[in-house]
Structure formats: C-alpha cells, structure tokens
Design a binder for this molecule. Structure first.
Ligand SMILES: Nc1nc2c(ncn2[C@@H]2O[C@H](COP(=O)(O)OP(=O)(O)OP(=O)(O)O)[C@@H](O)[C@H]2O)c(=O)[nH]1
Ligand SMILES: [Mg+2]
Length: 630
C-alpha cells in the first residue's frame, strides 16, 4: 500500500507508477508522488490546504508560478516545486537511483524493500503470561524484516486500562478513530507503503467489515475501480499475446498481494511476497508504459524484459516444485523399504532446530538468526554410537497468533510430523519469553492432532542462557527434558540416549522366524529395532560360536573366529590383500553386531528373533511371524 500524499489515502503502490510526475520537496527531503488524472484536481486542492506548494507539469490553473517549465509555489514555511520529467532529467535519474537502491537480495531473491508501519492492539482478554504487546510487535518487525520490508515505525493501542466499552478492538476498524488518524499522519511522515496489523483481521474474530473498514479508510473508492480496470486491461494484453499461464500467475499474484497486505503474520505468504513483489512492481510499470503510450520505445523494451523475467521465474518455480515432489517421493519409498524410525524437530521459530540437525547429521540446512529461516522440511539420517539409526526431520517453526488458515497451509509441510515416531520440541531456553513460546507451540501441536506421538523437550542454547546451572538443575528434576547446546554440542549424547529409550517405547514386540535366505532382513532388524535376549535351544556348531559372542568375551571369540576364517581362506588360495580386507570387514561387523549374536536362536529353518521393531516394519515381518507361531 502506498500513500497518495495529497488525499491522505492508502493505495496499492503497484498501480501508481512514477513515470510522469515527480515531486521534489526542497529543503526537507526528496520524495516521489504519483497522481492519477481522475484525482488530480482534488489532490492539488488537498495539498494546497496542507500548505504544500503544488504546481502541475501541464500548466494547470492551480499553479501559482511557472518559470522555465518548472512551476513552484511558496508555502508559508516550505518551498516545493513540481518538476516535469523532461524539465529535469537529472533529478528524475536521482529518484530512479533511490528506488533502485531499495531492491535487496534476500535468500538469492530480489526483494523491493517497502517501508512498513506496524500496528498492534493490547486487549483486556490477553492473559498475563501471553506475549506482551511490545514483544509481539518486536517479533512482527523481525517477520517483516524476513519478508524484505523496512520497518519505519510502529504503534499500538492499549485497551488494557480503558472502560469496558472500549476494552476490545473496534469491530469496524480494529483500532479507534484517534489511532487511525495517528497512523495516517505517520504514513504521510514516513512515506509508508505497507501497514501491517499484528492480528489476523478475520471475519470470525471481528466483524466481517473489519479489514474492509480499514481499507475504506485508507483506500479511496476510486482506486478500487481503477484496480478493476487495470486488471481487465492486463488480462486482455496477456490473452492477446497468448500468455495464458503468465496471465493466471499475474491474477493470482495480484489477489495474494491484496489478501496478504491485510494479514501479514503469515510466513508462507511472506515468502510468496518475497517472490512476487519485485515481479509485480515491474509488471505494473510496464503495463502503465504500454497503456499510457508516453514512452513507447522504453515501454516495448520493458515488456520484453518483464516477459523474460516472468518466464524464468515460472521455470525456476516449476523446477523447484518438481524437485521437492521427487525428493518427497524418494523419501517415502525409502522409508517403506527401510523403516528407520523418524524423529521430528518441532518448535518455535529461531529455537535452533536447523542448527541441531546440522550438528547431528552434518547437513547444510540454512540456520540463521532470522525468523522462518526454514520453510521446507529436511530429513537426514543420524547414526548413534551403538550403530543404531534414526531419521531426523527439521520442520517449519511455529509462531504465536498463527492464523487458522496458515495451520492448514502448514499441514501440508508438516505431514511429516504425523508420521513421526517421536516429536522433539526444541526450545530456546535463553529467550526471555521461552515459557510463552512453549505454550504457543503446544497450542499448535494440539491443533495438529499429535497427542498420540511421544514427545521429548529439548532446552537448547544453554550456553547462551545467563543462569545455565540453574536451568540444568531444573531440567534434571523433570523426566521429559534434556538440556543441550546445538552450537557447542553439550548434552547431545544424552539426547541420543533418550531418543533410543523412547524409540523402544514406540515400537512393537515381535517374534519372527527369519529364513536363512533372507539375511538382509536380519541386519535391518538390528539396524532399526531392538533385539531382546532369547532362550537358547540346541544350536548347530556354527551357531554355537556365535552364541558365545558378546561384548564381554569379544576378544576371546575373535581369537576363535578369525583364525578359523583365515584358515579357510588360505585353503581356498584367496590372495592376502583380500584376506586383510575381509578381516577389517569382519572386525567392523563383529563390533556392530557381536553384541546381538547371543540374542538370536538358530534353528534348522532359520533364525528366531525376538525384538522390538517399528510398527511399519512389524507389518513387513508378518509372514515370518506366522511361520514362527506355527
Ligand atoms: N548460542 C547458541 N546459539 C544457537 C544455538 N542453537 C542455535 N543457535 C542460533 O540460533 C539462531 C537460529 O537457529 P536456527 O537453527 O536457524 O533456528 P530454527 O529453529 O531452525 O529457526 P527457523 O528455521 O526460523 O524456525 C542461529 O543464529 C543459530 O546460530 C545454541 O545452542 N547456542
Ligand atoms: Mg530452521
């Protein structure tokens, strides 16, 4: 949204290109104002009423003086001038430079840094332990920064100590009329282009006209007509050139721009805006040039450039989507074939989930001090010291005041959570509002229906916390909490042990007779499950050797097995290099599984295994379980 300086109305900046009229406000600051023909006269009057000198480039009667094509009006305190594009090219270029410098690079994307103003309301209904309004606005500012917006200022309405009549937000405008006036002034003073509200302006919470009521105040009705007109014009242009897909993209982009500009606490929409905003800006610019026909040569060129940008971006997006789809498909297939337990990291945004994943798996997931650094789940394999493995999934962080619509959007990316064996709730314990963040996460988790999945809480960033020792002592008194530091690695072994214990609880007990020709199943059981000690029946000679193997008499058994194997190899004239190679493999295999040999029973038909295994794997073993029963 941007402000028409004269009408004191908000309007979508994308609709009002700056090609023809330049507003230079001498002595104060250089600024840029766009006027549209229909509001021109009214704007001039309003500006004069505000004691701002106004002159038009086309010598209209409102102009006080015209001197060499540059018109100016002297107000009481300030002097301002209208300067036409042709009259002062250098200053126009200066403006262009200013605008160009507002394009920033964010995560490899070009983002136009819009000036944003934040608005919040502290209601009486807010409980004492919820986020304070100032903290909430601070967090909103971080979100806006992630989205590539430049926060110029913020304000809030305090309804905590007012009379009961005013103790809840105004159903029509959310904020009171005084606050509306204050925001209008701020918009004018700071050149604000986006106003962000700290609450979801939803029909359920307030009156349906809430968002619309604000729009009516900030946006002149004429602009709405103009939007429709421009939209239709755009459709025609794109249809004429056979760019149906691009046309649809533009319509969606425009709609999402409108929707998201009233409800900014949506990380996904913010990410979308990051992608769409620069494109939209250019889109409207070239439209204006084409329809206005004032700068035809430039206009043609701009259109070509825009089309190419559009096509490239669509191509990139499609490729990204395709790769995500493929990745998920491969991931699911892999999970079905080798059902390694899945542990999901959930938690408040910026709690350190990605840092922990990187630390445990050596992954290279983006982890930075910024809200919503992660927008896609990533899964990596973690190998514990005892040779066991589990899959660790990093998910999108949660946030307070998560809009209901966004929970639905999260559902798609957080479907991984529903299939997890354990949920690990990562908390930034050094954060002053850690308690409130925990509550916010638990609220979202309850809405995602994860009550049946076991949970473990991790108090992360203990290295950063002021009273680290006190926190560690407190964690020890709770049986569901582990203190760690994902950066220093403190407490990670304890975390892995806890995971192993909990995984066992999340598994099912099976007794299965694994045929000798299905040896790979046996190794998978050891990899993903937990084999229990079993009763031994009369074993064969080979099995007897294995039975005796345990960590306690490891060396003794090695003395028996290795010479035996070497003898056989020598008899078969196997080269020495291969023999050494075998020895290394044998030692590795022995170390990994030796502990479990005494937990198996060897029969004529196969190996009888009694173990805890993940549910999905238990289903794979069903035929063998029947064999065992018979
Ligand atoms: N001092 C300290 N900093 C940490 C620790 N863990 C994470 N951080 C920092 O916290 C910031 C956020 O970490 P991330 O791993 O990106 O957090 P996240 O939970 O993945 O955040 P989102 O992806 O935004 O949800 C980064 O700057 C990390 O370096 C820790 O144990 N100690
Ligand atoms: Mg992350």
């Amino acid at each position: 949204m941007s402000l028409c300086f004269f009408c004191s109305n908000l309007k979508p900046s994308i609709l009002f290109p700056e090609s023809d009229f330049r507003w230079i406000q001498t002595r104060i600051s250089t600024r840029l104002v766009s006027l549209t023909p229909y509001s021109y006269r009214g704007c001039i009057k309003a500006a004069v009423g505000e004691e701002i000198g106004v002159l038009s480039p086309d010598d209209r009667t409102e102009v006080d003086e015209v001197d060499n094509g540059v018109a100016s009006v002297v107000a009481e305190e300030k002097t301002q001038s209208w300067i036409t594009k042709n009259d002062n090219k250098e200053k126009v270029d200066e403006q262009d430079d200013n605008n160009n410098s507002r394009f920033k690079l964010r995560n490899g994307r070009e983002v136009f840094e819009e000036k944003a103003y934040l608005v919040g309301v502290a209601c009486k209904g807010d409980t004492e332990d919820s986020f304070g309004i100032e903290e909430s606005l601070k967090e909103l500012a971080q979100l806006a920064d992630t989205a590539g917006l430049l926060v110029v200022d913020s304000t809030y309405q305090n309804l905590l100590f007012v009379s009961s009549r005013l103790s809840s937000p105004n159903p029509r405008t959310y904020i009171g009329s005084g606050k509306v006036a204050e925001i209008k002034t701020a918009i004018r003073a700071f050149d604000v282009e986006t106003v962000i509200f700290d609450d979801e302006l939803s029909p359920g919470k307030f009156c349906p006209c809430n968002a619309f009521g604000l729009m009516q105040i900030f946006i002149h009705p004429g602009y709405l007509c103009l939007i429709s007109f421009v939209l239709v014009l755009h459709l025609i242009l794109y249809l004429k050139e056979g760019l149906l897909v691009e046309m649809l993209e533009c319509v969606i982009a425009l709609l999402s721009y409108w929707i998201f500009s009233t409800s900014e606490r949506q990380p996904v929409s913010l990410a979308q805006m990051e992608y769409q905003l620069p494109r939209l800006t250019r889109m409207w610019t070239h439209l204006e040039r084409q329809s206005g026909g004032q700068v035809k040569g430039m206009g043609e060129k701009q259109i070509e450039v825009d089309k190419r940008i559009l096509r490239t971006q669509i191509g990139v997006l499609k490729k990204e989507l395709e790769s995500v789809r493929k990745h998920r498909q491969q991931y699911r297939n892999r999970r079905v074939s080798v059902p390694v337990p899945v542990v999901s990291l959930v938690g408040y945004t910026n709690a350190g989930k990605s840092t922990l994943l990187n630390r445990l798996t050596g992954a290279d997931v983006l982890a930075e001090d910024r809200l919503f650094a992660t927008l896609d789940p990533t899964t990596r394999r973690v190998q514990m010291k005892n040779g066991k493995e589990f899959l660790l999934t990093d998910t999108v962080g949660f946030i307070q005041k998560l809009p209901t619509t966004l929970i639905a959007a999260f559902r798609a990316t957080l479907e991984e959570i529903a299939e997890s064996s354990i949920l690990v709730h990562v908390v930034d314990i050094s954060h002053p509002l850690a308690e409130q963040q925990i509550e916010a996460v638990e609220k979202v988790l309850s809405e995602l229906d994860t009550s049946s999945i076991p949970k473990l809480m991790l108090w992360n960033k203990v290295d950063k916390a002021g009273d680290a020792e006190k926190i560690k002592l407190e964690a020890k008194t709770r049986n569901n909490v582990v203190c760690i530091s994902a950066v220093t690695g403190e407490g990670l072994d304890e975390f892995c042990n806890e995971i192993q214990n909990r995984l066992k609880d999340a598994m099912v007990w099976v007794e299965a007779l694994i045929p000798f020709d299905k040896g790979e199943l046996l190794s998978t059981i050891h990899q993903v499950g937990m084999v229990e000690r079993t009763e031994r029946t009369a074993p064969s000679t080979t099995a007897k050797v294995f039975y005796n193997m345990s960590s306690r008499n490891l060396v003794k058994n090695l003395r028996i097995c290795l010479p035996l194997a070497m003898n056989y190899m020598r008899k078969l004239s196997i080269p020495t290099v291969t023999q050494i190679h075998f020895c290394f493999h044998f030692l590795h295999w022995f170390k990994q599984y030796g502990d479990n040999f005494d937990k198996m029973e060897y029969t004529e038909k196969g190996t009888l295994v009694r173990a805890h295994v993940p549910l999905r794997f238990a289903r794979l073993l069903t035929p063998m379980r029947q064999m065992c029963v018979s």
